[in-house]
Design a protein around this ligand. Sequence first.
Ligand SMILES: Cc1cc2nc3c(=O)[nH]c(=O)nc-3n(C[C@H](O)[C@H](O)[C@H](O)COP(=O)(O)O)c2cc1C
Length: 238
Amino acid sequence: VRNTVDEFSVEEKRGLYRAIYERRDVRSQFLRDPLPAPVLGRILDAAHHAPSVGFMQPWDFIVIEDATVRAAVHANFTDANRSAAALYTGPRREIYDSLKLQGILDAPVNLCVTCDPERSCGHRLGRQTDPATVLYSAACAVQNLWLAARAESVGVGWVSILDLEALKSLLGIPAGHTVTAYLCLGFVSEFRPKPDLEEHGWERRQPLPSLLHFDGWGRHDDSRAASLFPAATAVSAE
Ligand SMILES: Cc1cc2nc3c(=O)[nH]c(=O)nc-3n(C[C@H](O)[C@H](O)[C@H](O)COP(=O)(O)O)c2cc1C
């Protein structure tokens, strides 16, 4: 049975999956070329079309290009990363120290995505039972942005190793709002085929069947899982 209502063409589907599989977290490959304003506008509008609980749209976006502001954020990262690195010892510490975990000064645009948990928009529909849905909504905006950016050949890197309270005061973010994401955006020299953390031997992608449960937790089923992924239609880029 095939439902063809408003069907995507083969090319359109390919484009969507390409954005999904070829999206990368970029830290090292940023070019300094400025982002054309309409490109940034399209990426932001994609974020603004994310799903949100009760149609609450809890997000705001702070576009940061000013070198002084970015230098202050970079200093914030350097301090936070020193503490984060101290959690590791031995070979894992060596890998950690070899990782580049941000492109704050390299990327021409930084973007802070914030979340307002008290926004009246949406009239609290859907969020009484789980306040975290507000945060998930803002994260959906980031994912939309990330995929649209890939389609525009724009790299995005998410920087979470930051003292968020210090970041909030630096950017003048109101007390009740939270920082969802601090992102670095720019054109890139290349999109690497695999996650940086995989290339550096930090972590690998887990086999999807091991994460699939059928009709209840812990009920793995190799043959049902295999039926979902006939080799001929595998689309993963890896
Ligand atoms: C919530 C979140 C926070 C992240 N924080 C950082 C970070 O601080 N520094 C960094 O280099 N990458 C960060 N990343 C990127 C992940 O390391 C990356 O998504 C993961 O290794 C998979 O690689 P890929 O995005 O290229 O597929 C973050 C990603 C997410 C979703």
